[in-house]
Design a protein around this ligand. Structure first.
Ligand SMILES: [Mg+2]
Length: 265
């Protein structure tokens, strides 16, 4: 299995779900300069690459899956990032002029169908996260703490069927009341990103109109979903080098990390 230091994550050795204690020793405030968090009714967060650095774990799993195709970071961003898993397999293989039958979601992990390959990718992902663990971005935890202090509802809106596993591995298993994940997408027949349906469902769950919600996304497909849903503010997180793509997709603002939007006292 290909592995580089870039992909390694230390297993969290302490609870990482909250930086500030109930006494408010660490106070987090909105800078009000970039994003005025207090002006919106709810915040809908993508998970991978926004709350946790799972994007690198996903990229590693995709790279192992597509080892025979010289899979690159550019391929990851263009064809699979933020998309439902089977759509990602199909999208990438199409780029290499490879056709496979769709198969069925119940297909065993393998390489004979789109679904079999997607299922194998999921096995690889879970192997990596169980081996290495995951630590959330501390800048994102600061914003979650601020939103808690403001009493602002939050939801996770992730295409991943592993969202709950990832949140638990990051010490955030009890942090979110509402999760729209890949499992709910299937159960409720929701369209995946870049369609706005998943974020609209998140807004519905937190009980806030979309135009009063902030969408936080690191993927082009997710920013497109936020823009298509006419949400109040779409905040792009550029973890790589694709800020321009995020802006073109409809991001109102692009930052490199959520810590840029708050200050601590
Ligand atoms: Mg993401």
């Amino acid at each position: 299995m290909r592995e580089t230091n870039r992909f390694r994550h230390k297993r969290a050795s302490r609870p990482t779900g909250r930086l500030s204690d109930p006494e408010g020793i660490v106070r987090v405030r909105s800078t009000g300069m970039l994003v005025d968090w207090g002006c919106y009714g709810a915040v809908l967060f993508d998970l991978d690459g926004v709350i946790t650095p799972t994007a690198t774990v996903h990229e590693q799993a995709w790279a192992v899956l597509f080892a025979d195709f010289d899979f690159t970071m550019a391929d990851y961003l263009a064809y699979v990032d933020g998309r439902p898993r089977y759509d990602g397999v199909r999208s990438f293989l199409t780029s290499r002029h490879v056709e496979l039958p769709d198969g069925e979601p119940s297909d065993l992990p393998g390489d004979s169908t789109i679904c079999a390959m997607g299922n194998r990718k999921n096995v690889l992902f879970n192997e990596i996260i169980e081996r290495d663990g995951i630590e959330p971005y501390q800048g994102s935890i600061l914003v979650l703490d601020l939103l808690d202090q403001l009493g602002t509802p939050q939801a996770i809106v992730s295409s991943s069927k592993n969202a709950r596993t990832v949140l638990a591995a990051a010490g955030l298993g009890d942090r979110f009341d509402h999760i729209v994940d890949g499992v709910r997408v299937v159960d409720e027949g929701l369209a995946g990103k870049p369609a706005p349906d998943m974020f609209l469902r998140g807004a519905e769950l937190v009980g806030v109109d979309p135009d009063r919600c902030i969408v936080v996304e690191d993927a082009v497909s997710g920013v497109e979903a936020g823009a298509a849903g006419n949400f109040g503010f779409v905040l792009g997180i550029d973890r790589g080098d694709h800020a321009d793509s995020l802006r073109q997709a409809g991001a109102d603002l692009v930052v490199r990390d959520l810590s840029e939007t708050v200050r601590t006292t």
